[in-house]
Design a protein around this ligand. Structure first.
Ligand SMILES: [Zn+2]
Ligand SMILES: [Zn+2]
Length: 399
């Protein structure tokens, strides 16, 4: 692997230690007081001004270059939250907070952005202003949305915004991103079918919600296969179906279903919701039943802009070499709330490989959200160099 620049490599030991402290002390959405405390302590130590309490535990640090008369601003983001998972990685810095775990590597993202903060505050080789955004509640808490609602971009102007996620599905030293949808929107739905219960031996006297639910589930499959353009991508998955009381001879009144919808555009997302409503109501009506759906929009799709990707690929190429950077990587139907920032500002989100080639059992090779996973500290200098290069390339000192 091509090394990150030398001084960044020197910073690695210090920041790996912070990362392990964060890993030992995981907290979930809006309760990330340990991470926020450590970030605030270090920023103070390094003389970097910051504001805290944005979206409860969020922090934004501001670093000005040797000059800032270019009038340019850039936003760099890391998330801080953990998950409700019982850790089984077996690493020495295992979670001390039973039932909570940094299984998505946000401990590493925080350490990487902190390393960039220290480096940028010492070197200041740029003409402009960098805002370093430490975000709470990425995992199902809409932390990005909440920061935006609390005036993030008004209080801390950003021409562009960038973020990085460790990627155990690629080896350490590789990186990927793409123009357009990189991660999907994440929505949740609940459907209730109301029929008419009764004795299972007298089907002519009941409206069986199980039969209606089965037809609805089947009909929903036609949205992706028949309504969405073949070159577009979407997922409609019914993941739960509950019907019946457990008794073998009773038809119940209700069936309940829930699941998720994933897309790469808000247009497709709204179209799917509309088609679902039409199918659910009308299929139920065909059998004399009623059905209603509650649909919750959670994460926006993460859609990178072309200029953002160009800047990200340039920075990554300088660090890792052309052969290790894929500017048109495969997108994933997984979700990430960074999409909320990209809905407001141009920029890009990137994946930084972290698995250990030939060692599937390494905690760094386990997938995100696995109880066996652990962030790879070798990604810290890569992430920190990525953020630093973005700043220095977009806002050069000499013009
Ligand atoms: Zn995650
Ligand atoms: Zn994550």
């Amino acid at each position: 692997m091509a090394a990150a620049n030398e001084s960044m490599t020197d910073l690695k030991a210090e920041f790996a230690e912070y990362r392990r402290e964060l890993h030992k002390n995981p907290q979930t959405k809006y309760e990330e007081t340990f991470a926020a405390g450590l970030i605030a302590k270090k920023l103070k130590e390094w003389g970097i001004p910051f504001e805290q309490g944005i979206a409860v535990t969020g922090i934004v640090a501001t670093i000005k270059g040797k000059k800032s008369d270019s009038g340019k601003f850039i936003g760099l983001r890391a998330d801080m939250d953990a998950l409700d998972i019982i850790e089984r990685s077996g690493v020495p810095h295992t979670s001390r907070n039973h039932g909570k775990m940094h299984a998505c590597g946000h401990d590493g993202h925080t350490a990487g952005l902190l390393a960039a903060a220290k480096h940028l505050s010492i070197t200041r080789n740029f003409n402009g202003t960098a805002h370093l955004i430490f975000q709470p509640a990425e995992e199902g808490g809409n932390g990005a949305h909440k920061m935006i609602e609390e005036g993030l971009f008004e209080r801390f102007p950003c021409d562009y915004v960038f973020g990085a996620h460790n990627w155990p599905f690629a080896p350490l030293g590789k990186a990927g991103t793409r123009v357009g949808g990189l991660l999907a929107s994440v929505d949740k739905f609940d459907i209730v079918v109301t029929g008419k219960g009764g004795h299972a031996a007298m089907p002519h006297q009941v409206i069986d919600p199980a039969v209606v639910a089965a037809h609805i589930i089947t009909a929903l499959q036609s949205i992706v296969s028949r309504n969405i353009a073949p070159v577009d991508s979407a997922v409609v998955s019914v993941t739960n179906l509950n019907v019946g009381t457990g008794a073998f001879n009773i038809v119940s009144n209700e069936a309940k279903m829930s699941g998720t919808v994933r897309t790469f555009s808000n247009e497709t997302r709204h179209f799917i919701k509309k088609r679902m409503e039409e199918i659910i109501v009308n299929v139920a009506a065909a059998y004399g039943a009623k059905a209603k759906m509650e649909y919750e929009f959670t994460n926006d799709p993460t859609v990178n802009t072309a200029d953002g990707v160009e800047m990200a690929v340039k920075a990554l190429t300088e660090i890792l070499g052309t052969e290790n950077v894929d500017g048109n990587c495969e997108p994933t139907m997984g979700g990430e709330d960074f999409g909320a920032f990209l809905a407001k500002r141009p920029g890009a989100f990137v994946f930084l490989g972290q698995s250990v080639s030939g060692n599937e059992k390494s905690p760094h090779s386990h997938g995100l959200h696995s109880p066996f996973y652990d962030f790879n500290d070798d990604v810290i200098p890569i992430a920190a160099s990525f953020f630093t290069k973005l700043v220095e390339n977009y806002m050069p000192l000499k013009k």
